[in-house]
Ligand binder design. Structure first.
Ligand code: SAH
Length: 270
């Protein structure tokens, strides 16, 4: 008898689980447990094999990502599949890159499932924007440079008129670090929009595949963002970081002689 068969019957449940930015060592213990207990895993394309290795051999793994086996699985299909499997008594884990509730439609999936009477459990993951900053050892809220962070998508819905780069630039100028997801393809828009309120010398960084062995990054200034991305051949998945906290990086100090890295500031204050 399988150990699952000994458990009390439970209401149909789906676990929305964050797989983190890619490095399996960045999975939470809770995520790991959910993956191990899953009988069906519905997996986004940003979730790599290194994470899936933790699933049991008997677990049915369905890749529903846009770049994976299935070409752009429609969202409605994914939702129906989760519903059907949960109602059939499967232990369904929807494994999403980063954190399930930071972009990536986790909120929509939870709403749909709850409306259908399915219980939803959510397990945090380390979101890629934080992992990207940590990959460069950038303290996102270093108090010398920033008093907050804005997580924003560079790829708003086509019907979304809410994203206004000059406003975000003004916020960044006031000491808010910008962490921009899904933005490499729209980097030209990001650059020109932000230049409305930020000087061309504002430090920027682009981190691709944060936390993974193939991680790459480039550091420069806002005025050269697009050419930097082209020059380094950076592509999705990547995060663009914008703001004065990047002055903590020695490379930025090298680009812009007027900038002092944080280490020097703190040494001087000490
Ligand atoms: N829920 C995810 C975000 C999904 S949106 C999270 O919390 O991280 C997909 C976007 O996430 C990508 O376009 C990219 O901007 C970013 N992303 C995901 N994994 C990444 C990684 N390892 N390195 C850099 N960016 C990543």
């Amino acid at each position: 008898m399988s150990h699952l068969a000994t458990e009390a019957p439970r209401a149909p449940t789906v676990w929305l689980v964050g797989a983190g930015p890619g490095d399996p060592e960045l999975l939470t213990v809770k995520a790991l447990r959910a993956i191990r207990r899953a009988t069906v895993l519905l997996v986004d394309d940003l979730v790599g094999d290194a994470v899936l290795r933790y699933a049991r051999r008997s677990t049915r793994v369905v890749r529903v990502g846009k770049r994976g086996g299935c070409q752009s699985t429609p969202q409605a299909f994914i939702q129906q599949l989760m519903l059907r499997e949960a109602q059939a008594g499967e232990r369904v884990v929807r494994l999403k890159g980063g954190d399930p509730f930071v972009f990536g439609r986790g909120g929509e999936e939870a709403e749909f499932l709850r409306a259908q009477g399915v219980q939803v459990e959510v397990v945090n993951g380390i979101t890629s924007g934080l992992a990207a900053a940590t990959a460069l050892q950038v303290p996102l809220t270093h108090r010398k440079h920033a008093h907050g962070v804005i997580l924003v998508t560079g790829h708003p819905r086509s019907d979304d008129t809410g994203l206004h780069w000059p406003t975000l630039a003004a916020a960044a100028a006031q000491g808010l670090t910008l962490v921009i997801y899904m933005s490499v393809a729209t980097a030209a828009e990001v650059q020109s929009g932000l230049l409305h309120s930020l000087p061309a010398s504002t430090p920027v960084a682009v981190v691709q595949h944060a936390s993974l062995p193939q991680q790459r990054h480039a550091i420069g200034t806002l005025g050269g963002l697009v050419s930097m991305i082209e020059q380094h051949g950076l592509g999705s998945p990547a995060i663009i970081l914008v703001g004065d906290v990047l002055r903590c990086l020695q490379q930025v100090a090298d680009i812009e002689p007027a900038m002092d890295p944080c280490i020097e500031h703190s040494a001087r204050r000490a």
